[in-house]
Ligand binder design. Structure first.
Ligand code: NDP
Length: 448
């Protein structure tokens, strides 16, 4: 028996923290996890899960419309935001319960309180109790970044958007990344007037240019407005509760809500890390090595607080690798190559591997194959919305080094295709696979 209260003390019960706690406990460690808000973290409580449910809810707007072309006599129907909001929040409650249960089942002590680092092997709870642990794992995630400008307190972030009392008739979304494009699609389908306002002229930096352009064009066709190179100057609240938004170089705009989606910063300040000697980078991310170890040997970190790749499945992998390495006798290093990603916009995007520009810079000689098509369902529905699939191939080896897609179900198709890219398969391997007809995915094996 060690002299410590616990073998492992985890701060933060989100995706990375829960996985690390559960796996370390299943390997026999005595584990406690502290969570000051709700078990499940950003993804489950106010991120991926409720967002995806809203995406499904939003898509019914198009499905109901298109159903008429498929012979269904659909009466005019209207959308009721509080019904969807409350159903989504109830589902979040259910999932939170399941996460708590999983931790209990693995005999992890769950402390529903704030905990801070009080030394290399000591934590302090909100009531002043101090506990010791051989190792401390920081899994506190990230927090929405809100740029400073007068009236920024009138804006909401992705933390609040799931709880809106009423559906805004006009919403301005600041930012051009994941959250901005996903919520633009959601609110637009619900009938809100959506304007995306971006400080630069690029949406979804890091995604392939042609795919980004296609989303921009489809979004504009659907009625979403974009303002580029228009940093926020101020927001004023009017007597009727509406907001007047001043942007550089633009006329004042009126809105009922402003959603700021300008990136997320690591949640690392004010929890005793710097006092304990843990090194942070200039964005506040905890610097860790490939074993997730910080500059203090007994303190480790996984997930968004380390700002490596801000994606739930990556945090889960890091938590698993940490627990297997230190408690399971199975040293594991996370492989960050070819991590697939998706944007749940309308229509969604899926991508894995290098963009065309990255491949040209890195490999020199590449072959690019594209399929620009209208999904069968969209043709019958009279929906003039084209999907675009793009394959990037290393010309020297024939290896497929990137796949980029926008169109119906792109993330579902991409996840399966990512296995082939990860495995290093060649264009010839794709070509050797017989098409599954009729499907959209068959385009991947028919690229000429
Ligand atoms: P993103 O990093 O995707 O996008 C941030 C946007 O805000 C960019 O357009 C950026 O512009 C702009 N921006 C950054 N700083 C400022 C600033 N100071 N003032 C004005 N604009 C600014 O962030 P999100 O908030 O959309 O999402 C946060 C993270 O959460 C994502 O990076 C992603 O990792 C994760 N996420 C993943 C999802 C998924 O997997 N589907 C869904 C939602 C979130 P510029 O391009 O000029 O830098």
């Amino acid at each position: 028996m060690s002299d410590f209260d616990y073998d492992l003390f985890v701060i933060g019960a989100g995706s990375g923290g829960v996985r690390a706690s559960r796996i370390a406990a299943s390997h026999g460690a005595r584990v406690a996890v502290a969570e000051e808000y709700r078990v499940g973290g950003t993804c489950v409580i106010r991120g991926c899960v409720p967002k995806k449910l809203l995406v499904y809810g939003a898509h019914f707007a198009e499905d109901i419309h298109d159903a008429r072309k498929f012979g269904w006599d659909v009466p005019d129907c209207k959308f009721d935001w509080p019904v969807l909001r409350d159903n989504v929040l109830a589902e979040v409650d259910r999932l939170e319960g399941l996460y708590g249960q999983t931790l209990d089942n693995h005999k992890v002590t769950v402390l529903r309180t704030r905990a801070t680092v009080a030394g290399p092997q000591k934590v302090r709870l909100a009531d002043g109790t101090e506990l010791t642990a051989e190792r401390i794992l920081i899994a506190t995630g990230g927090w929405p970044h809100v740029p400073e400008f007068p009236g920024s307190q009138h804006a909401i972030t992705s933390n609040e958007v799931f709880h809106l009392e009423t559906l805004p008739k006009r919403i301005i979304i600041a930012g051009g990344g994941y959250i901005a494009n996903e919520f633009a699609g959601i609110f637009n389908e619900f009938g809100s007037k959506v304007t995306i306002v971006n400080r630069g002229d690029t949406i979804l930096r890091g995604y392939d240019e042609q795919i980004r352009d296609r989303l921009l064009q489809i979004s504009m066709t659907k009625g979403i407005d974009f303002k580029f190179n228009a940093p926020f100057q101020s927001i004023e609240k009017n007597d009727d509760g509406s907001l007047t938004v001043m942007l550089e170089g633009c006329e004042p705009m009126q809105a009922d809500a402003v959603l700021v989606a300008a990136g997320r910063v690591p949640n690392s300040r004010g929890i005793g890390l710097e006092e304990a000697g843990v090194e942070l980078d200039d964005k506040g991310a905890i610097k860790v090595d490939e074993r997730n170890q910080s500059s203090v040997p007994s303190i480790f970190a996984v997930g968004d607080v380390t700002d490596r790749i801000q994606l739930t499945p990556v945090a889960i992998r890091e938590g698993q690798a940490f627990a297997d390495t230190f408690y399971g006798g199975k040293p594991t290093v996370v492989d960050y190559q070819n991590v697939p990603s998706a944007v749940f916009s309308h229509p969604p995007i899926g991508a894995v591997g290098m963009t065309e520009a990255e491949a040209r810079n890195k490999l020199g000689s590449v072959r690019v194959y594209t399929s620009d098509f209208r999904a069968m369902k969209n043709v019958l529905a009279g929906r003039n919305e084209r999907a675009l699939y793009k394959m990037i191939v290393n010309a020297a080896t024939d290896q497929v080094v990137g796949l980029h897609m926008i169109g119906p179900d792109a993330p579902e198709i991409l996840q399966a295709a990512a296995v082939a890219v990860k495995a290093g398969l060649t264009k010839a391997d794709f070509d050797n696979t017989v098409a599954l007809h009729p499907s959209m995915a068959e385009e991947l094996v028919l690229l000429k």
